[in-house]
Ligand binder design. Structure first.
Ligand code: KG4
Ligand code: ZN
Length: 389
């Protein structure tokens, strides 16, 4: 079928992914090899291990993405790869492979910012559904294990969306831990394993979210704008920043005050002995106090994300809301955002769960406007672990 076929490659963290997307609007194939099993024993992502796993997986993952799409190395029009942000060693595996492939095939290579990818995951799926009604500017909350960012996003040329690329303005980010990181750290300290988000999501429906009160102050951050020299300079505007390290400390304090350590150790041991724990296994090893703590933690984080994002939407008078990234898979988060956005009369869009967490389809989709704009990667481009958008 006619169109521009882009092969996307993503290796910024613990997923080796490749996908083929047609003209930024049709997901043709999507392969994600998760490294969770390799990192689980360590309770989090081990960077050296991630690079090694990417090296092992990248060739078969790309091959499968092409064959699932009914494409070949020769038939695709361009390649796209995540440049950053992410783990430097992990990013380099995808970049080196994509560069070599692009060079050998004599095809253009497009470098994509991972955060931009998460935003384009939503656009890809909406276009695929035939939704041509998205109005701009969009406020995008990118909320994952590594990021909690708010962007104002719109095509540079509204008359011909995408042809001249996209512009993004960051109006908020986390001052310390990302929201997904808080889910992961809290799950780890409660002996619930890794990654924590999906487990906390499922367990929360079995606890009372109003049982433990986390004061709003624990979700506040110090306003460092006062320290900035460029106050009043370009780019200076209202900020909608987040902070999630305080609430993690509060959970730890609750554990100590209520003497939960022994039961946590017992749970950690019991769950470590089960290869793939099911919800019943988790429930069997969680008392009411723990379930209430988990549900209250999730409620507090979700309410904070919703309140700050909606405040930003109001202040910036945006037309549409996107909520994307791994934490956007969370059920309570989706429900609360849907309710709050409906009350404001603001259309809200989320990616499907497979495209909420890291994947390469979002990288191939974000590359399409760059392809149209002729925005190709320089030969000497490299990984940028702390890349901004
Ligand atoms: O986007 P992603 O795959 O990787 C990063 O770019 O960080 O997000 C992974 C993060 C992890 O912190 C994981 O715990 C969280 O997303 N996550 C969730 C859920 N599913 C994944 N957090 C809350 N609820 C979920 N259902
Ligand atoms: Zn991500």
């Amino acid at each position: 079928m006619a169109g521009t076929y882009i092969l996307g490659i993503e290796s910024s963290c613990d997923e080796t992914a490749a996908a083929v997307v047609r003209s930024g609007e049709k997901l043709v194939s999507n392969v994600v090899f998760s490294q969770i099993a390799a990192h689980q024993a360590y309770g989090g992502v081990v960077p050296e291990l991630a690079s090694r796993e990417h090296l092992r997986a990248i060739v078969p993952v790309v091959r499968k993405a092409l064959s699932d799409a009914g494409q070949s190395y020769q038939s695709i029009d361009a390649l796209a790869v995540t440049q950053g942000p992410g783990l430097a060693g992990a990013l380099l595996v995808g970049i080196s492979y994509a560069k070599a492939l692009a060079f050998a095939l004599d095809k253009p290579l497009i470098a994509v910012n991972h955060l931009e990818g998460h935003i384009h995951a939503v656009l890809l799926e909406e276009r695929q559904k035939g939704n041509r009604e998205i109005r701009f500017p969009v406020l995008a909350l990118v909320v994952s294990g590594g990021h909690t960012h708010l962007f104002l996003a719109e095509p540079r040329d509204l008359a011909e969306p995408g042809a001249a690329g996209w512009s993004y303005q960051n109006i908020g980010h986390t001052r310390d831990d990302a929201a997904g990181e808080a889910f992961d750290k809290v799950a780890k300290l409660l002996g619930l394993g890794y990654p924590g988000g999906p487990v906390i999501d499922r367990l929360s429906t079995h606890g009372d979210p109003t049982a433990v009160k986390f004061p709003a102050a624990q979700l506040k951050h110090r306003d460092r704008r006062r320290d900035q020299k460029d106050r009043g300079g370009p780019g200076y505007g209202p900020r909608f920043d987040f902070s999630y390290s305080g609430i993690k400390t509060s959970v730890l304090r609750y554990v100590e005050v209520h003497g939960l350590q022994a039961s946590i150790e017992a749970r950690r041991k019991a769950l470590a002995g089960i290869e793939k724990p099911r919800l019943e296994d988790y429930l069997q090893h969680c008392d009411t106090k723990t379930l209430n703590l988990v549900a209250s933690f999730q409620r507090a984080v979700v309410e904070d994300l919703v309140a700050k994002t909606l405040a930003a939407a109001r202040a910036c008078d945006v037309a549409t809301l996107f909520v994307t990234g791994g934490v956007a898979a969370n059920n309570e988060l989706r429900r609360r955002f849907e309710q709050a956005a409906a009350m404001e009369g603001l259309p809200a869009y989320f990616p499907s769960r497979p495209l909420a967490t890291d994947n390469a389809a979002m990288i191939a989709a974000a590359a399409y406007p760059k392809f149209l704009a002729g925005d190709f990667a320089a030969e000497d481009f490299s990984a940028e672990a702390g890349m901004r958008l």
